[in-house]
Design a binder for this molecule. Sequence first.
Ligand code: AHR
Length: 499
Amino acid sequence: MTTLKAQVLLDTNRTIAPISPLLFGGFAEHMGRCIYEGIYDPSSPLADECGFRTDVLQALRDQAYTLIRYPGGNFLSGYHWLDGVGPKHLRPRRRELAWQSIETNQFGTNEFIEFCSAIQAAPMLGVNMGTGDIQSASALVEYCNAPVGSYWSDLRASHGYREPHNVRYWCVGNEMDGPWQIGHLDAAAYGNKALEAAKMMKWQDPGIKTVLCGSSSDGMLTYPEWDRVALEIAWEHMDYLSMHYYAGNRNNDTSSYLASALAFERYVETLEGTLRYVKAKRRSKHDIFLSWDEWQVWYKGDPVQGNWTEAPHLAEETYNLEDALVVAQWLNVFLRKSHVLKIACVAQIVNVISWLQTRKDGLLKQPSYYVFKLVSNLARGSALDVAVKADAVETRQYGPAPALDVSASFDEERQKGAIFIVNRSPSDAVDAQLTWQDGKAVQVEEAWQLTGSDPKEANTWENPERLVAKSIAAPVVDGTGTTLRLPPLSFTVLTTRVK
Ligand code: AHR
């Protein structure tokens, strides 16, 4: 093992943008065991009076989610929201085509709203642009947000919810660029349909914010043309453009995988350019921001078809140390791109492609759970434009990549900051010199680290705390600088306070 060198230059005057709290969102889909057996399991001894798993609720609260996107995903494009409201014994049992599963509809819009309030997160609902029409999209907004006194709002009241739910964030469809999507459309057809849906939805409630489906990933052949075309049509009625991306170490090439932030950053930059282009072309004063409303590591190949069973085990990934370090870089990118990225939702919050796994008697927290929890609880105020000069790690896919991936936040009001550092080298420690260039005397209050010797290490039911974020000795700041040795394969968080 050699020791690499890095300089991390921080300046609280050199900011990028305020960090949107909605970057710490999650996604819950009617897929596999996310809703049933994950969030909702009335038969469990761990369930509360609403049927929600209390251990799951607590873990989600600890992760400080601000927003939850629901009900899909691919599920959305064949879903009729009316199936999921009203007396539970009257709700239909349906064959659900996206995941070839049986949907009992025992959990629907109102249960979702209750769930969001139990974890104090804002709801983000989707309207079906596959089999759904613009009328049913408009009716759902009325059902959720209109005061009583009209057909759909009175129906809500008759279901026990007199007060409007006031859902502010609305996805207009899901991954409509994908041939796998029920009712898939081309970009112009989707742009026109989304525009008309959003018009009606905003006439129902002018306070709502709408999300246009962007490309399903940067690997789509239609990317980024899809985004340009749909944006040009629907620009004035949309507030966000969605991005989706699932990362993975598909070639078992850890060095390249640990440089994933380079791909994430490029993806954001291309779409940022697309937004600027369309805004200029339309001579618009309106702005659209990015909503990365599906992101996660997903590649290990678990089944995704349920053979017409209820709550099948689908896409239940085991996450290891290298996956956790990719998640940490993703969150760093969110901060570094916080001028244009305003919403993000990890897909998904429990069981399906998730760092939380339930079984009847317990809950397993995988390493990336701890990464998200640290960042979502500590990144406050504005993102700082950190300058990093670091020795490089060679990667097959990206060439040389800086050994450190860093982001930082500073809360002017509280005079507190946080620094998030990934050492992406699989083999080498990094001696990092941190310097605060604004001349303010700072103190490191707390330090946390998640690390291990093997990138494939994971938590198991037998050894559930093998990889957790551990409190480590806070480095002492001498004047305006400090040094610390960052082990290979590590994620380190420092919280700071201006003295
Ligand atoms: O999150 C799982 C699936 O991935 C979603 O349903 C879909 O939008 C994406 O392809």
